[in-house]
Design a protein around this ligand. Sequence first.
Ligand code: T3D
Length: 258
Amino acid sequence: MYETIQYEVMDGVAVIRMNRPEKFNAFTEQMHKEIISAFKQANKDHNIRSIMLTGAGRAFNAGQDLSDVKGETIDYGGFLRDRYNPMIMQIQQTEKPIIAAVNGVAAGAGMSIALACDIRVASQKASFVNAFVGIGLVPDSGGCYFLPRIVGMGKALELAMTGEKVSAEEAYRIGLVSKVFAPETFEEEAFAYASKLATLPTKAIGLIKRTMYKGMNMNLSETLEYEAFAQEAAGNTRDHKEGIQAFLEKRTPDFTGQ
Ligand code: T3D
C-alpha cells in the first residue's frame, strides 16, 4: 500500500523502512506523505508498542531528493511548512518510543529526522552529515532544535557550519547515538532493541516522552506541575499496578501497554 516506504509489524514493533535505495532514500513529496501516514497508523494501533525507522540499502536517508529541486526556484518556506514540518511534528506527537536505526549515511533532512526520533542506534558503517551548508542552506526539519539539545551548542554549530561527516564511532562519543552495532548483525540487534522497548509500559513511556520534551521549554515550577499531572495519568495505568505487584512478588512484570 506504500510506494516509497515499507511498513511491517512484528512482535509489537512497527518497522518503517524508507525505500528508495537507488537515491539513498532521499525524500520526495510522496515519501513525506507516506511517512506521516505510517506514523499515524502506528500511533493508533494499540498492538504497536515501539517504532523503528530505518533505510533500505546502503543509506539511512540523504535528505531532500536534489534531482526534484534542480534548476527550479523553490518556495523553501512553503516547502518546509507543507512537507517536512508536519512529518517532524507527527514524530513528536507519536506517544510511543521511536528508534532511528541508522544503517548508513544520514544527511541533511535525513539527519534531522534521525534527531527527531527518541533514540538513535547506528551501524558501524553509518555516518551523519549536516549537509545543508554544502548547498548553502540552513539545517531544517528540526535540526536547529534537536542538534544543540542532543550534542550541545558548540558541537551543533561546528557540525552545521562545516557540514563535516561524523563517523558512527564519533557519533557515539558525542552522544548523537546510544549504541553502535556491527554491520553484519545491525538489523537484528536494532530490532531486538526496539522489541525490548515494546515490552515496557507503553503509556508511561509516552508520558515520559511528552513530559521531557515539554520540560525543555518550561521552567522548573512548570515542569514539576507537568510531572505531577503525568504521574497521575501513569499511576492510573494497569502497567503501574502490574509493576508494583511484580516487585512485591519478586517476578518479572508482564506489561501490556495498558
Ligand atoms: O526543498 C529543499 O531543498 C529544502 C529542504 C532541504 C532539506 C535537505 O535535506 S537539504 C540537504 C540535501 N541533501 C544533501 O545535500 C546531501 C547530498 N548527498 C551527499 O552529500 C552524498 O551523496 C552523501 C554524503 C549523502 C553520500 O555520499 P556517498 O559518497 O556515500 O554517495 P554518493 O555517490 O554521493 O551518492 C550515492 C547515490 O545517491 C548517487 O546516485 P548515483 O550517482 O549512484 O546514481 C547520488 O546521486 C544519490 N544521492 C545521494 N544523495 C542524494 C542523491 N540523489 C538525490 N538526492 C540526494 N539528496
